[in-house]
Each structure stands twice: as structure tokens, then as C-alpha cells.
Design a protein around this ligand. Structure first.
Ligand SMILES: Nc1nc2c(ncn2[C@@H]2O[C@H](COP(=O)(O)OP(=O)(O)OP(=O)(O)O)[C@@H](O)[C@H]2O)c(=O)[nH]1
Ligand SMILES: [Mg+2]
Length: 317
């Protein structure tokens, strides 16, 4: 189930305004193509969290193509730039399978959500549970964030909203033990999918990172092939720090994908390019609001279209 392209465009509008529209402005006020224009574009890219390395890659390609094609009209620069950026996003994309389509032969399909504090793990689990429940799947949420009683309550509210089962424990029980119980019980009761919530943890805290290894082992003890997906939930407004979070978490527990949350609230869509350049981990989910339906299966073609396509094209959809 995908929202209409127009709706997605709407949700991305803040990010688009701070990024693509800024470039259009910079280009439109200029009569000639000069170094100042290139510098300004580079600055916009960096401000948008593409990372300096990615901004340089983009600018080098832009200069080269403008020179080769002998372009003199600044307005054409934007067309070239968008083309270069699209190509970067399209580079080496694997076959993007829909996050919400579960393989028939794996049951239960175990998904763990990890990330630093407050990135949107619990909210994302609520939204994902709802999607699976709507598709008729039998879903179990495991409240693996046992540090705070409030965290257990919060995820229980989401389970309720989504109309799915939850395995909750007394606060302060060992999360690895609770999660083990959850997976064992999901196997015994033939659940289709298990969504595991974990406590937020700073990627620089070694002890907490080690705990992820323990969680991973306890899942494997209950189901040797699991977890089938390990999703790092990243707040898209955190900028460059997202990369270091991903690298640290990936060392502690092998990540299979990223959920990029709060994309509706960021004016810095460049983080997508930064991730593409610096990580071999695909973005799988896009959080675009606080509501239960505000989640998208990340699909590059759709994203690029919603982000870059001219208004007429979006209207025509
Ligand atoms: N605008 C917006 N807000 C979001 C999105 N996802 C989560 N939030 C908000 O972010 C805040 C934190 O969300 P949680 O789901 O509690 O985050 P968490 O990672 O579980 O937090 P901890 O368990 O404390 O580490 C809440 O206010 C959510 O409503 C999103 O895609 N868009
Ligand atoms: Mg939480």
C-alpha cells in the first residue's frame, strides 16, 4: 500500500524547499555560469547533509558535464545537477523488494529495530505492525525496551492501535531474555512476523553496544536464521552523525537496512545521498509523520520522482 505520489511529495515538501528549490533559486538569479555559482551549489548541498565528500563528487561531475557540453545558460545547470543526483541514487540499487511483502517460506519473520535514543523506533514499530496487520498477518510485538516502565506502556499503546499482540515483561528484566521468550513463543504460536523493540542507546557506549550482541545471540538461540531483518532507525534531522551511528551499530549487530524517520520534518534531504555514498546499507523505510499511516516502503524510483519531478508530472499521476 503506497500513498499517492502527490501525498509523498507533500510530505517531502520541507526537504525539497530547503534543497532542490534553493538550488533553483541560486541558478535563476544568475546570468552566467561561474565559480561563484558552483560554490553556492556546493554550499547548499553541504548544508543539506550530503556530506562534503558527496558534495564534491556531485560538483566535479557537474563542472565536467557543463564544460563538455559547452553549457552557458545557468538555468540548464539545474537540469544537469538533478540528473547527476538522480544517477547517484540509482547507482547499484539492488532489486528493491517491498519491506511489507514477507517471504512465504519464513515463519516467523523476525525484525529487530535498534538505534540511538528518540529516533522513532517504537513509533516505527507501531506503524509497521499496523501495515502487517492490515495485510492479514499475525503480528507479535516484543517489548524489548525494559529499562523504563513508560517504554513498555508506549509500545503497548501502539500494539493496541495496530490491533496486534504484544509480549511485555516486568520492567528491568534482561532484554535478551524477554526477546528470547518472544521469539520462542512466536514460533510456537505460528506468528507470521515478530517486531522487536529495543531501548535507545548511544552508539558510543560500549556496554550498550555489547548488549546488542547478546540480544542477537538470544534471538539466534530461539531461531537460528533470525533476525531476518535488523533495522537501524535513524532520525533524518541528525545529519552527518547518522553515518557514525550506522557504522557503530553495524559492528555490534549486523544491520540489513535503515529506517529514516522524521523525513517530513527535515529540510535536509541530502542525508539520503550521504548514506548512499558512505554506507552499504539500504534505506528500507521512510517515516513521514507521527500518524500510524505515515510510513513508506522506501523505493528509489518513487522517492526520486516525488523529490525531483516537475509539478506537472506529479499532478498527472
Ligand atoms: N514528524 C515525525 N515524528 C516522528 C516520526 N517518527 C517518530 N516521530 C516522533 O519522534 C518521537 C520519538 O519517537 P519514539 O518512537 O518514542 O522514539 P524511540 O526511538 O522509540 O525512542 P527511545 O525508545 O526513547 O529511544 C515521538 O514524538 C514520535 O512521535 C516521523 O516519521 N515523523
Ligand atoms: Mg522506544
Amino acid at each position: 500500500m503506497l500513498s499517492k505520489l502527490k501525498d509523498l511529495r507533500q510530505k517531502l515538501s520541507k526537504s525539497k524547499a530547503g534543497f532542490i528549490d534553493k538550488i533553483a533559486e541560486a541558478v535563476n538569479i544568475r546570468k552566467i555560469i561561474d565559480e561563484e555559482l558552483f560554490d553556492e551549489i556546493e554550499e547548499i548541498l553541504i548544508k543539506n547533509d550530503t556530506g562534503t565528500e558527496m558534495a564534491e563528487t556531485i560538483l566535479d561531475a557537474l563542472r565536467e558535464e557543463i564544460r563538455t557540453d559547452k553549457i552557458t545558460d545557468p538555468e540548464v545547470v539545474q537540469i544537469y545537477l538533478v540528473d547527476i543526483m538522480q544517477n547517484i541514487l540509482f547507482k547499484d540499487i539492488p532489486d528493491e523488494n517491498d519491506f511489507f511483502e514477507l517471504p512465504e517460506d519464513i515463519k516467523p519473520f523476525v525484525i529487530v529495530f535498534v538505534g540511538v535514543n528518540g529516533t522513532g523506533k517504537t513509533t516505527t514499530i507501531g506503524k509497521v505492525a499496523n501495515r502487517f496487520a492490515q495485510a492479514g498477518k499475525k503480528v507479535l510485538i516484543v517489548a524489548g525496551d525494559t529499562f523504563r516502565a513508560a517504554a513498555i506502556e508506549q509500545v503497548a499503546i501502539w500494539a493496541d492501535r495496530a490491533g496486534v499482540q504484544i509480549l511485555r515483561s516486568e520492567p528491568n528484566r534482561d532484554p535478551a531474555a524477554v526477546i528470547y521468550d518472544g521469539v520462542v513463543s512466536a514460533r510456537a504460536r505460528q506468528y507470521d512476523v515478530v517486531l522487536i523493540d529495543t531501548a535507545g542507546r548511544q552508539h558510543t557506549k560500549e556496554r550498550l553496544m555489547k548488549e546488542l550482541g547478546k540480544i542477537d545471540r538470544s534471538i539466534k538461540k530461539a531461531c537460528p536464521e533470525a533476525p531476518h531483518e535488523t533495522i537501524l532507525v535513524v532520525d533524518s534531522t541528525t545529519g552527518q552523525n547518522a553515518i557514525s551511528q550506522a557504522l557503530h551499530f553495524n559492528e555490534a549487530i549486523k544491520l540489513t537496512g535503515i529506517a529514516l524517520t522524521k523525513f517530513d520534518g527535515t529540510a535536509k534531504g541530502g542525508i539520503i545521498f550521504n548514506i548512499k555514498q558512505n554506507l552499504q546499507i539500504p534505506v528500507r523505510l521512510l517515516g513521514i509523520g507521527e500518524g500510524i499511516d505515515d510510513i513508506e516502503n522506501f523505493h528509489t524510483v518513487r522517492f526520486v520522482k516525488a523529490f525531483f519531478a516537475p509539478a506537472e508530472e506529479i499532478e498527472a499521476e
